[in-house]
Design a protein around this ligand. Structure first.
Ligand SMILES: C[S@@+](CC[C@H](N)C(=O)[O-])C[C@H]1O[C@@H](n2cnc3c(N)ncnc32)[C@H](O)[C@@H]1O
Length: 211
């Protein structure tokens, strides 16, 4: 396996990306800009635990953690793919960061007692949107059901009961269905058909169709 690990530069950092692991994309750099422009990010006091859901090699969480070394105490990198978890672990060690890289499936609860700052770049494309010759592991990184909504919804579901902020990359047309759900959509920005959104966790928001 070691021979198959490549080094990839992203956000000015070098990341190990092992086999069957998603390589961070230039389009996700805008997620970092979005996060850094948020009031929740600029507040002097913010959650000490940074969680990267669907972390791949961990680039997003690690880049954000390193940009705010005085703010965060711990980094949790979560992904369903064991290959991705292995790559993320190498990168945690490479940058000597406090935290863990753990296998986790969207929808699983996050067992923490403290406020969290969650960043999430889940699979959100429709099956129909990817080339038919895309390899299975890469399809699993990119697509989530016929409408691409399954993983984004499940990631929000995983945050039920947590306090803090949740930041996600998704398609623009997914914001509306997701916003009728479990958490409050506070702010979003769009770039072509991609949206970056900021959700408040556990703020007493109720589904408009709930009683
Ligand atoms: C679009 S990639 C993003 C990777 C990384 N966050 C980035 O920005 O480069 C989506 C990631 O979600 C993971 N994933 C796919 N389905 C998942 C699920 N049901 N639960 C948890 N992770 C999942 C994939 O293994 C992949 O690493």
């Amino acid at each position: 396996m070691t021979n198959a690990i490549k080094n990839v530069e992203w956000a000015g950092l070098q990341f190990a990306v092992g086999p069957n692991t998603f390589q961070p994309r230039a389009s996700s750099l805008k997620l970092i800009d979005f996060v850094q422009g948020l009031p929740a990010w600029q507040q002097a006091r913010r959650p000490r635990l940074l969680v990267d859901m669907c972390c791949g090699c961990g680039a997003l969480g690690i880049a954000l953690f390193l940009s705010q070394l005085d703010a965060f105490k711990r980094l949790l990198l979560l992904d369903a793919s064991q290959d991705a978890v292995n790559s993320a672990r190498i990168n945690l060690t490479r940058y000597n960061l406090p935290g863990q890289s753990i296998r986790w499936f969207a929808g699983d609860p996050i067992d923490v007692q403290e406020e969290v700052f969650v960043v999430c770049n889940p699979p959100f494309m429709r099956f129909a949107d990817v080339e038919s010759d895309t390899q299975n592991w890469e399809q699993a990184c990119l697509t989530s059901g016929n409408d691409g909504l399954e993983a984004p919804s499940l990631c929000l579901q995983s945050c039920v009961g947590l306090d803090g902020a949740f930041i996600m990359k998704s398609r623009v047309d997914q914001l509306k269905p997701l916003a009728g759900g479990l958490h409050q959509l506070i702010q979003s920005t769009t770039n072509s058909d991609v949206a970056f959104s900021y959700w408040g966790l556990n703020q007493g928001h109720q589904n408009s169709e709930a009683t």
